[in-house]
Design a protein around this ligand. Structure first.
Ligand SMILES: C[S@@+](CC[C@H](N)C(=O)[O-])C[C@H]1O[C@@H](n2cnc3c(N)ncnc32)[C@H](O)[C@@H]1O
Length: 180
């Protein structure tokens, strides 16, 4: 099955630490295979890997990548989408994005270089107002997976949260027992 990857452009480690972590965790939860971050950030890598090791799944993070090379690679082997408030409406375009080949979704942090708008096969807006890359990514991934991300199983890991009417129900899936 084709994979969905995220390219986070212009991440500034001090300023964007929390929001890029949220972009990564949202990507993981909503069914992406991994995130590539254009700036090297070991702390970010460690915190995302820590969540993956505790909560399972095989989500990948790599920081310090050459974004030009990543865009070139995905143009050759798949498709490139770019989330931008200047793009075409998600309601119209999400259903036209092919998922037969790998898809790269670009989200910005600081100003996105003009060439990204030209390289992208799809410039996609989630409304034409400025808001959050986390919100935009969640909505696009929900549309692309047609909500199927909810059923995704995260194999491995030492923590599994079970739905609960009130309070918290957490188990260790390897030992199949409740955690304190
Ligand atoms: C908070 S914005 C900052 C953009 C940056 N300051 C600039 O000048 O382009 C960061 C990212 O959120 C995403 N984003 C924000 N609003 C969006 C919208 N309405 N639709 C789609 N993506 C959006 C885009 O990927 C954008 O690059």
């Amino acid at each position: 099955m084709a994979e969905i990857w995220i390219l986070r452009l212009g991440h500034r480690p001090e300023r964007d630490k929390r929001i890029t972590t949220h972009v990564a965790l949202t990507a993981r939860t909503f069914g992406a295979k991994g995130i590539l971050v254009s700036t090297k950030d070991d702390v970010l890598e460690e915190s995302v890997k820590d969540v993956v090791s505790r909560f399972g799944g095989d989500f990948t993070i790599k920081t310090g990548v050459s974004w030009h090379s990543v865009l070139k690679e995905f143009k050759e082997k798949g498709h490139v989408a770019h989330l931008t408030m200047y793009g075409m409406p998600v309601n119209d375009i999400a259903k036209k994005v092919p998922l037969d080949k790998d898809l790269l979704i670009v989200v910005g942090a600081e100003k996105v270089p003009a060439e990204v708008y030209q390289i992208a096969d799809f410039n996609i807006s989630v409304g034409n107002q400025p808001h959050s890359e986390v919100a935009a990514l969640a909505i696009l991934l929900d549309r692309l997976t047609q909500g199927a991300w909810v059923e995704k199983e995260f194999e491995g890991g030492s923590i599994k949260v079970l739905p609960c009417v009130r309070g918290k129900h957490v188990i260790n899936p390897t030992q199949r027992e409740d955690m304190p």
